[in-house]
Write a protein that binds this ligand. Structure first.
Ligand code: MSP
Length: 532
C-alpha cells in the first residue's frame, strides 16, 4: 500500500502581507512534499489563511475596511507569493470558506454532545495580537504587555463556553512521553513538558459575537457566541479533509490522509499546536498528528524585523531577490542558512556569499566543467568507464574503485545513509551541507586527476573516460538530491546532462551507475551565474 504523507503549514493571518517568516515554513513544507512525492508517497500538502478573530477585525478597522474586504484583499498576496515561490500545495483553505465554517460547527456540536463543553465566565488577560489568553502570573512578568508585540494586554471579563482542557492533560503528557517524535525538536518538547508541569486550566473557546462585530463562526449551541479563533484555526487541518458523513460533499478518499504526518509551525505557536490541538482531537476521539515541528524565527541584518527599521524582509524584498538570483536560490538559502528549529539571521551579504560560493562556484561550476569537457573530448557523449570497457560494458561493473572511490565513496555513502533520516527530522541544512560536500569532493577530484592534462595524451583516453563518466554521474546525483529544494534549476542542470527526472523514486535515482554512457550532453547557460 502506498504510504501517505500529509503536511501542513500554519494558516496565516490576513492582517498583513506575507514576509520571510511565512515563506520559510511554506518552502520547508513544499520541499518535504516534493521529497515525499519523489519517494513515491501519496502526498497531501495544505496551506491557507486564518481570517477570523479580533486581530483581523481591528486591522481592518484601522484601514477603514470591513474584515471580509481586508481578508479578500490580503489572501491574494499569499496565494500569489506561493505561486511565485513555486509552492506545490494541493489545497488552500480560508477559514471564511463555507466548507470550513460548517465543519467547525460540526466539531463543536460533537464536543457538546460528548459533554466536553460547558458554559462559564472568563475574567483575565488577552493578547489580541497573538489571540491568546494570558495567565495573571505571566501578565505580571511581562508588565501586562504582549511578550511578542509589546502591545498592552486587554482585560476580558465575560460569559464564555469552556472546553474541558484540564482533564485531557494527563493523557497528553503520556502521549508526549511515549512518542518522542510528537514534538520536535527536543528542546521544544521539553519546553512543553515543563510548562505542562505548571498546571493547565480549562480553555475559553468562545467570545460574545457582538465583541467581534459578528465576525467569526457562530457557536452552534449559542449563536450569540463565536468560536474562539484558535479553535477555528487549528481545526483547518482536519476540516480541509472534509466530513462526508455530514453530507458536505467532500471526497471520502481525503479522510484517509488523517492523521497528519507533520504540522510545521513557528516556535511562538507551539502551545496551541501541542496542547490545545491534541486535547481537542482526543476529546473528539480522533487520532493525533505524528509530529509537530516548530522552527525558529528570522531576524534581519542582525535585528528584529521591523518596517520602521527598514530591515523587513517583505514579499517585495523576496520577489526582488528571486528576480535577481532566481526563486530556487531563495528556497535554497532559507533552508541552508539556518538549521531548522533554531533562530537565524537573514542578510543580503550572507545570501550573496552562499549563492556565489555554493551555488555558482561549487555546483554551477562543476556542472559546466563536466559538460564542457565531455563536449570537447568525447564529442558531447558521456564516455564509458575503463572497467566497463574492459569487462564489455556491463552496467553492473560501473562501480567506484581506486581513486574514484577514494574521493567520492565517503560523501556518497553519507548521503545515501543520512538523507532519509535527516529529511525525516527536517534537518534541511544538513542535507544541503552533505550535498555540498559531494560537490566539493568532485571538484577536488577533478583538480587531482587533472583531466585537461590527460586529454593531451591519447594513450590516457580510457582513463579520461572514467574520470568524466565519474564527474557526470556525481553531478547527476547532486542535482537529484537538490531537486526538491530547487526544482527548476536542477531540471535545467539535468537537461544539460541530457537527462530528465524519470519516474523512478529519488532513492533509486541517486544510486551510482545509473547514467548511461552515450548520453548526449548539451552545453548551456551557467546554471547560477556569479553575482558581484
Ligand atoms: N494564524 C496563526 C496560525 C494558525 S495555525 C492553525 C498565526 N499566523 S501568523 O501569520 O501570525 O504567523 C504564521 C507563522 O509565521 C507562525 O508560525 C510564526 O511563527 C511565523 N513567523 C512570523 N514571524 C516570523 C519570523 N520572523 N521568522 C520565522 N517565522 C515567523 O500565528
Amino acid at each position: 500500500m502506498t504510504q501517505r504523507f500529509y503536511v501542513t503549514t500554519p494558516i496565516y493571518y490576513v492582517n498583513d502581507a506575507p514576509h520571510i517568516g511565512h515563506s520559510y515554513t511554506t518552502i520547508a513544507a513544499d520541499v518535504l512534499a516534493r521529497y515525499h512525492r519523489a519517494e513515491g508517497y501519496d502526498v497531501r500538502f495544505l496551506t491557507g489563511t486564518d481570517e477570523h478573530g479580533i486581530k483581523i477585525v481591528k486591522a481592518a478597522a484601522e484601514k477603514g475596511m470591513g474584515p471580509r474586504e481586508l481578508a479578500d484583499q490580503v489572501v491574494v498576496h499569499f496565494q500569489q507569493l506561493w505561486k511565485d515561490l513555486n509552492i506545490s500545495n494541493d489545497d488552500f483553505i480560508r477559514t471564511t470558506q463555507e466548507r470550513h465554517e460548517k465543519r467547525v460547527q460540526e466539531i463543536i456540536r460533537r464536543l457538546v454532545a460528548k459533554d466536553e463543553i460547558y458554559a462559564g465566565s472568563y475574567a483575565g488577560w488577552y493578547d489580541e495580537g497573538q489571540e491568546e489568553f494570558v495567565t495573571e502570573s505571566t501578565a505580571r512578568e511581562t508588565e501586562y504587555k504582549s511578550a511578542i508585540s509589546g502591545k498592552p494586554l486587554v482585560r476580558y471579563s465575560e460569559k464564555s463556553y469552556f472546553f474541558h482542557l484540564a482533564k485531557w492533560i494527563p493523557a497528553l503528557k503520556q502521549h508526549i512521553l511515549a512518542n518522542p517524535d510528537f514534538i520536535q525538536p527536543d528542546s521544544r518538547r521539553n519546553e512543553v513538558l515543563s510548562k505542562l508541569e505548571q498546571g493547565v486550566e480549562d480553555l475559553s473557546i468562545s467570545r460574545a459575537s457582538e465583541k467581534l462585530g459578528g465576525w467569526g463562526i457562530a457557536m452552534p449551541n449559542d449563536p450569540t457566541h463565536s468560536v474562539y479563533v484558535w479553535i477555528d484555526a487549528l481545526s483547518n487541518y482536519y476540516t480541509a479533509l472534509g466530513l462526508p458523513d455530514i453530507g458536505d460533499g467532500a471526497d471520502p478518499a481525503l479522510g484517509s490522509y488523517w492523521p497528519a504526518s507533520l504540522h510545521l509551525i513557528g516556535k511562538d505557536i507551539l502551545w496551541f499546536h501541542c496542547v490545545y490541538w491534541p486535547c481537542l482531537l482526543m476529546a473528539l476521539g480522533e487520532r493525533l498528528p505524528t509530529t509537530v515541528f516548530a522552527h525558529g524565527w528570522w531576524t534581519s541584518e542582525g535585528k528584529k524585523m521591523s518596517k520602521s527599521l527598514g530591515n523587513f524582509v517583505s514579499k517585495e524584498v523576496i520577489l526582488e531577490l528571486c528576480g535577481e538570483y532566481h526563486r530556487d536560490a531563495f528556497r535554497y538559502f532559507v533552508l541552508r542558512e539556518v538549521p531548522f528549529g533554531v533562530d537565524g539571521d537573514f542578510s543580503r551579504a550572507a545570501f550573496q556569499q552562499r549563492y556565489n560560493v555554493e551555488l555558482a562556484n561549487a555546483i554551477g561550476n562543476l556542472l559546466s566543467r563536466t559538460v564542457n569537457m565531455i563536449g570537447r573530448y568525447f564529442d558531447a557523449a558521456v564516455p564509458e568507464t575503463q572497467q566497463a570497457l574492459l569487462a564489455g560494458s556491463s552496467v553492473a561493473l560501473r562501480e567506484l574503485t581506486g581513486l574514484e572511490a577514494e574521493h567520492l565513496a565517503g560523501p556518497l555513502q553519507a548521503l545515501g545513509q543520512e538523507v532519509p533520516v535527516l529529511m525525516a527530522h527536517c534537518q534541511f541544512s544538513l542535507v544541503l551541507q552533505k550535498v555540498m560536500e559531494l560537490a566539493t569532493a568532485v571538484n577536488r577530484y577533478i583538480d587531482v586527476t587533472s583531466p585537461f592534462t590527460l586529454a593531451k595524451d591519447p594513450s590516457q583516453r580510457p582513463r579520461l573516460g572514467t574520470i568524466l563518466y565519474t564527474c557526470a554521474e556525481a553531478v547527476r546525483i547532486v542535482l537529484n538530491y537538490l531537486s526538491p529544494f530547487m526544482p527548476e534549476k536542477t531540471a535545467t542542470g539535468l537537461a544539460q546532462l541530457g537527462l530528465t527526472i524519470g519516474s523512478e523514486s529519488l532513492s533509486q535515482r541517486v544510486r551510482w551507475g545509473v547514467l548511461e554512457p552515450g548520453t548526449k550532453v548539451a552545453k548551456g547557460e551557467p546554471l547560477f551565474p556569479r553575482k558581484q
